[in-house]
Design a protein around this ligand. Sequence first.
Ligand code: ZN
Length: 816
Amino acid sequence: MAAHRAATLSNVSYDVRLDIPAARDSAVFGVIDVRFAVREDDDQLVLDFRAPFGHVLGVLLDGDSVSFSVSQDHIVIPTNTLTAGEHTVTVRFRSTDAALNRQDDLLYALFVPDRASTAMPVFEQPDLKARFTLTLIIPSAWKALSNGAQISRASAGMGRDSVRFAKTKPLSTYLFTFAAGALEVESAVRNGRTFTMYHRETDPQKLQRNREAIFDLHATALEWLEAYTEIEYPFDEFAFLAVPAFQFGGMEHPGAIWYRAESLFLDPTASRTQELGRASLIAHETAHMWFGDLVTMRWFNDVWMKEVFANFMAAKIAGPSFPDLNLNLRFFQAHHPTAYSVDRTAGTNPIRQPLENLRDAGSLYGAIIYQKAPVVMQQLEALIGETVLRDGLRVYLDRFRYANATWPDLIGILDSLTTEDLSTWSDVWVNQTGRPRVAAAWTDSGLVVTQRDDVANRGLLWNQPVVVAIGVGDSVIEQRVLLRDAQAFVPMTLPSTPAFLLAGADGVGYGRFLLDAASRDRLLARVHTLENPLHRAVAWQTLWEDVLEDSLDANTFVNATVVALDRERDELVAQQVLGLLRGAYWRFLPDSSRTAVAPAVEAALWRALDAAPTPGRKGAYFSAIVGVTLSLDGVARLERIWRQQETPRGLPLVEQQYIGLAEALALRGVPNAEAILTEQESRITNPDRLARFRFVRPAFSADLGVRDSVFRAFANVENRRRESWVLDAMSAMHHPLRAEYSLPTVRASLELVEEIQRTGDIFFPLRWLNATLDGHRSVDAAQIVREFLAERPDLPPRLRGKVLQAADDLFRITGK
Ligand SMILES: [Zn+2]
């Protein structure tokens, strides 16, 4: 249907009028004029409107009433008389609240990826771009914004105002938006352009402290993008809204970006990393104005393109302002481990995935789009060069402006600018799953690097430069090898046989980098002595992959992390080691080994906490201590700290940490757990944290019946609305110390995932599955997952993939 409409309709525009009452539970009513041209006579017209039958109040075709039917989320106008030419369909309707995010004194639309049709009848597909003209009737005390500039505001009587916005540039429906509510406005002029910020921040100091930086970052990003693309800012307005607890980091509606307020308004104690995070977020959303908004994917199978370019540009824009941060190390840590965690599993997907129905667009999102695709874009730039990529992107943006394009459209342009064979490159990296197994070996005359395909009977070859770190005596040299075929050789001579070879050492190379036995032993013993933090980070990830493939014993790995804890001084690498330690400790050590090693792990973490230079870094060790402590002495010490009889040296604890301690003590089954939880509840002063604690508390109960009732309640969608709380509760119930007892609910939890996919946010299904399975390491649990997959051949393939992703460690631990 989408293809038919794209082929037959053109010149679409919408004139929308919405009546928004103050009370969040009073219905929004509207009327829309849908104007379009039909290329040739057609026998029916289908509008998307995902609302109950009674929400369609009247339909006119070219001003005359017309028969229509409402079925399966569509309004169908059967018309033998829809002649070629211009027409207008007028629909009076009642909106659903599904995508309107209604709160007291605030409403904001969020239509990505396919939810505009829950609020109004439209042609919901990204390649039918339309101009929107919006009128909102709102309470007189409210302000409003939308993609277009506000052009008039007048009283509509009864304490209400009519606010009209200018006609927009052509937009895909998922980029149309509006918000209305009790909002404050700030604006600033930079380089002759006005930037407007709407917000609800009540702390004037917080606002003042961040105001200039927020405007400056937008102006810098916009100027940079105009220069890079050679296309002026392609929309009229530049406004944005800071929404408290917004569900994403940001959403790139042209002229009306939505941000999570907490990501813009930083605390005075914010770290450089948080500052970089804010600069990157602003650059990301601003880059979308060109990549995604001006040129939009034809269909959601290419949704990854807009994200990868936004990230790629954001790194170029924000990075240079942070020369004090190790950006290569951050890039590696932010992308490779997460991409690998999906790409090594049987449930992985290619970057470019087929999408039959727009309704399933939400299921495309995940680590392959957000983490692997940016790595692949780095590879592409390395392959063809910065200038060729930039010039190709300029052609692409110019050729498809205010229209739609596909990945093959871009590859076609780039292919014409380079001698590289980009269609083969693209097929392997973008259309296929997985990663190469890459091995480096030393011969008398030089370095040999080989690759082979992880997947049987496929035989792919990945084209990428591979950097090998070579241990020579006490120093390390890097050698770059262009790997295009199954094998590459670089002649080299060294004074002695290398102590180790570590491939992928630049943190850009993507693959399962194999260690020979001597290199593995050497790195296990001295990874912490490598001078370059990026080498240490890559080495830890490579050793971890060895644990996952059972070529390295988990106990040996945990012992190596314990040694490293005493020596690692780089904050980012220390964080990585802590994460790997916790993963190996809970998931890969048998219970008896874990209990045996716990005192040594706890002692090493306390030593590292004492030695850490700042409260922030001490906090990271403290949270690991709370996460792993099992020894009787250790648990007793945690309880003394919770009772405020003892304080970790140099680390004043905050409410959040006491809550974590109380929950950890309950999970460890201390005798007075209920009393501790009760007292903790009475200590909480922050209302949001109190509400969360009351929600999750029953999941920490020692009473199995209470925990079961928590799980049973999650069968009702109304009890799953606060997704992060639900995940906290699920993780508690399936904690390794309680996995034995929650085992009987695993199957029911898997059965729920299909409904969760329909009712929840895009990341919720995989997170739900992870919260269910992460704590389990029993053969029985693995069997339950296998039976579920075997008995549910009807499970949608992408959802099946998510189950396989979540179960991957469990399958590895229990032997496939
Ligand atoms: Zn984005």
